[in-house]
Design a protein around this ligand. Structure first.
Ligand code: ADP
Length: 169
């Protein structure tokens, strides 16, 4: 029997955006299953706890039979081996993403040669969307409707009751 092809899409997801979801959904054209794995990036200060992120992501993918949501600590390659995945799925937006993504991909390959990183180019609708700009906009009272799933919108409103006062054009 053919081995199931599982990809892990790791990230901070603070919060998950429609850009992340687009990469995961398109990844399903190639992989049998995609695991969205919430990790902690020590370079970033998180707004949401890991459990809040997991709940938010689960609500955004509902009960899609081929998408799972989990969290991990420690080395990504160890987590990938644990869940028997074969690939890392990441998104690319602008040239500035490339440098860090290349470093991560090469370091992960050095740690485990069998695991490869696959990149999908973002859709132009999500080119400017990042968790950081979403948080900054929501905190300042701007609308982020259409940029994040409803579950993220609800949880951002809990953190920033002032969000959504300024509607987009
Ligand atoms: P990390 O802290 O690990 O970079 P992120 O949650 O910021 O985690 O991003 C996870 C992955 O999703 C990265 O590969 C990132 O480039 C990608 N990504 C983030 N935003 C978008 C977007 N708008 N379109 C496509 N890919 C994206």
């Amino acid at each position: 029997m053919r081995r199931e092809k599982i990809a892990v899409c790791p990230g901070s997801f603070d919060p998950i955006t429609n850009g992340h979801l687009d990469i995961v959904r398109r990844g399903l054209c190639v992989f049998d299953r995609v695991i969205i794995a919430v990790g902690h990036n020590p370079l970033k200060v998180d707004l949401f706890t890991t459990q809040e992120k997991i709940d938010m992501i689960r609500r955004s993918v509902e009960s899609h039979p081929r998408i799972e949501v989990d969290s991990f600590e420690g080395l990504l390659v160890d987590y990938i081996k644990k869940v028997d995945a074969c690939a890392i799925l990441r998104g690319l937006r602008v040239i500035s993403d490339f440098e860090l993504e290349m470093q991560l991909a090469l370091m992960n390959r050095r740690l485990c040669e069998e695991i490869d990183t696959f990149f999908l180019m973002t859709d132009y609708n999500h080119l400017f969307v990042s968790s950081t700009i979403v948080k900054a906009t929501a905190a300042a009272g701007g609308s982020v409707e259409g940029l994040v799933p409803q579950s993220a919108l609800d949880m951002l409103r809990e953190k920033f009751p002032q969000t959504n006062k300024k509607q987009p054009r």
